[in-house]
Design a protein around this ligand. Structure first.
Ligand code: AGP
Length: 614
């Protein structure tokens, strides 16, 4: 999705802005642009090109110690040079970069046209630039902040935005409503970004803007205030910065060719971090201090509902299975993107779990807000500390996976499932999960990083298997109970990065229709955990084989000889934890298949890392 960078301070702004844009490329974009003021007017360079090309095109230096920049993901209007941000008002004084969607853009554009303003782009953002300029003209002595506040009063929709007035090159104004904005506090300089990735190479001291907040940012200071307030009421204050533990290297490739493989390899360490301080050998349970719930409150939970989008939703399904199995509490998962639209019944005894790597997914955030509006108790299971969902929930489980750059989520999904095992064990141990089972699980959890390392050591074998199937146009991913969400996530990984059509099916559902599709051109990846359903899964494989379908078995069991065309055998662990491990060979399978097909692994077509619009 779109990315925002802003800078004000003692450095040349344009290299900082371009570097920031480069760091935000992973979010997905179709055009890029930059504005730096010069003699009372913003000099703007923007085009539907990659950031590297924009950098190459900037032949003439852009001196200036303040500026704004943007990577755009088209929503209103095609991906063209003119629709790229920054957008200017008619006088060419105000420049705006904006993430989000203005819902009443058409009405605003008509009003502006009626007043004689000529709009040059098809975007919703351009209207904001004109509205701010008009507000400045109306209140001759008003501050830029007041003009932005007044303009945004007419705007419905979501935004994270930065405004530059070329006649006031000593300040930038930023505002947030539904799209993330973070300020980076430097020494006599300030950075603005939609994502920490753009600013951690300069500073670790940050301030997250809340929804409905606005800030005036100067080189040495910033002041926040409410978007709602009028000039007199605005409660101007400086929020206290927090220190993030991320470094620039966290966003660098190091020895790896792409982020997806790097992040796959970071999983043992991510899991170690996520387990740190959370295993309790004495009471054979887990600690999740971020839940802020005592044993009595944990016992009062009658139901658990997991909400997430895409892979986070599939991880939620793994979570629902774990909670039901370990704690014997009814649990299910639902796509967060559907939740608010069906006027959900909110139950006060249900624990709602909002799952998100980025913590900024608009659909998941909206589900959280719907829950809070109706008084539901919701926790966040989030990777990005300080993100909107983390802050909105106020309590939950941080994944500690470290920054995830690749669009295809790997280490975040693994640590999500791990968090649900921790949650299931905790809920189970305040109910009827025995000490012996608690001990068994704690030992299994502790063994996970080493087991993941053993799976990663199988990479060459998995790569060879993946390459063999690169000719396929379609694939089935089949799983049963514990294996079902694993199959869904495996299919998701494959389609995302290889563009091969992959469909996940529950093993027992095959015979109710999809079996008709099986022939020698339709490979099936079958998840075969070493559990009580093993023989049932062998039966499924036989059914597919009998119809000539090639089989790739992903298993931690000993399979009968010649049952499958390809067997990827991984180490075992406690059966409840199988889904965590069985997903990892599927990441490598998708990765190597996509690599063989020459895909852009980290930036798959049409997708963005963080989906901050509806
Ligand atoms: C995962 O590989 C996908 N890119 C996607 O489904 C993702 O999991 C989904 O958009 C949710 O993102 P979030 O975890 O940041 O909320």
């Amino acid at each position: 999705m779109c990315g925002i960078v802003g800078y004000i301070g003692h450095r040349d702004a344009s290299p900082v802005l371009l570097e920031g844009l480069h760091r935000l490329e992973y979010r997905g974009y179709d055009s890029a642009g930059i504005a730096v003021p010069h003699r009372g007017r913003p000099r703007v360079h923007k085009a539907a090109v990659r950031v590297a090309e924009l950098r190459d095109r900037l032949q003439t230096p852009m001196p200036g110690r303040i500026g704004i920049a943007h990577t755009r993901w088209a929503t209103h209007g095609e991906a063209t040079d003119v629709n790229a941000h920054p957008h200017l008002d008619a006088s060419g004084r105000i420049a705006v970069v904006h993430n989000g969607i203005i819902e009443n853009a058409e009405a605003l554009r008509e009003q502006l046209t009626g007043r004689g303003v000529t709009l040059v782009s098809d975007t919703d953002t351009e209207a904001i630039a004109h509205l701010i300029a008009a507000a400045l003209d109306e209140g001759a002595n008003s501050s830029l902040e007041d003009a932005v506040r007044s303009a945004l009063g007419a705007v419905d929709g979501t935004y994270g935005l930065v405004v530059l007035d070329a006649r006031r090159p000593e300040e930038l104004v930023v505002a947030r409503n539904g799209s993330p904005i973070v300020l980076g506090i430097g020494d006599g300089e300030m950075f603005i970004a939609s994502d920490l990735a753009a600013l951690v190479r300069y500073t670790q001291r940050v301030v997250y803007l809340d929804d409905g907040e606005l800030a005036t940012v100067r080189a040495g200071a910033f002041q926040t205030s409410s978007l709602q307030a009028n000039t007199l009421q605005a409660d101007r204050a400086a929020k206290t910065p927090t220190t993030v533990s991320l470094e620039a290297e966290d966003y660098e490739l190091g020895e790896f060719a792409d982020f997806m493989r790097k992040e796959i390899y970071e999983q043992p360490e991510a899991v170690r971090r996520a387990l740190r301080g959370r295993l309790d050998d004495r009471f054979a349970t887990t600690h999740l201090g971020g839940l802020n719930m005592d044993a009595r409150q944990l016992r009062e939970i009658r139901r658990v509902k997991f909400l997430g989008c895409g892979s986070a939703y599939y991880a939620g399904q793994i979570g629902a299975n774990l909670v039901e199995e370990l704690a014997r509490i009814p649990a299910d998962a639902e796509p967060a993107s559907e939740f608010r639209y069906r006027n959900p019944v909110i139950d006060s005894d249900t624990l709602y779990v909002a799952i998100s790597q980025s913590g900024e997914t608009a659909d998941t955030l909206a589900a959280v807000q719907e829950l809070q509006r109706k008084g539901g108790q919701v926790i966040g299971v989030v990777n990005a500390v300080g993100s909107a969902i983390a802050r909105e929930c106020g309590r939950g489980i941080f994944l500690h996976a470290g920054p995830e750059v690749s669009v295809a989520s790997t280490k975040a999904v693994t640590t999500m499932s791990l968090s649900f095992a921790l949650l299931g064990a905790l809920l189970g141990r305040v109910r009827d999960l025995s000490t012996a089972n608690g001990k068994r699980l704690v030992a299994g959890l502790r063994a996970l990083p080493e087991r993941i390392e053993q799976i990663l050591a199988l990479e060459e074998e998995i790569a060879a298997a993946a390459r063999e199937y690169a000719h396929a146009s379609h694939m089935f991913f089949i799983g049963r109970v514990r294996g079902w969400p694993v199959a869904r996530e495996g299919a998701q990984k494959l389609k995302e990065i290889s563009y091969i059509h992959a469909e996940a099916y529950q093993a027992a559902e095959l015979k109710h229709g999809p079996l008709a599709l099986i022939d020698e051109t339709m490979p099936s990846v079958v998840i075969v955990p070493d559990d009580e359903l093993f023989t049932k899964n062998i039966g499924t494989i036989e059914q597919i084989r009998a119809r000539g379908g090639p089989i790739i078995a992903i298993t931690n069991a000993e399979l009968p000889a010649d049952l499958a065309d390809t067997v990827i055998r991984i180490p075992g662990n406690e059966p409840e934890l199988d889904p965590i491990l069985l997903g990892i060979p599927l990441q490598l399978f998708a990765y190597h298949l996509a690599l063989k097909l020459g895909r852009d692994i980290d930036k798959p077509r049409n997708l963005a890392k963080s989906v901050t619009v509806e």
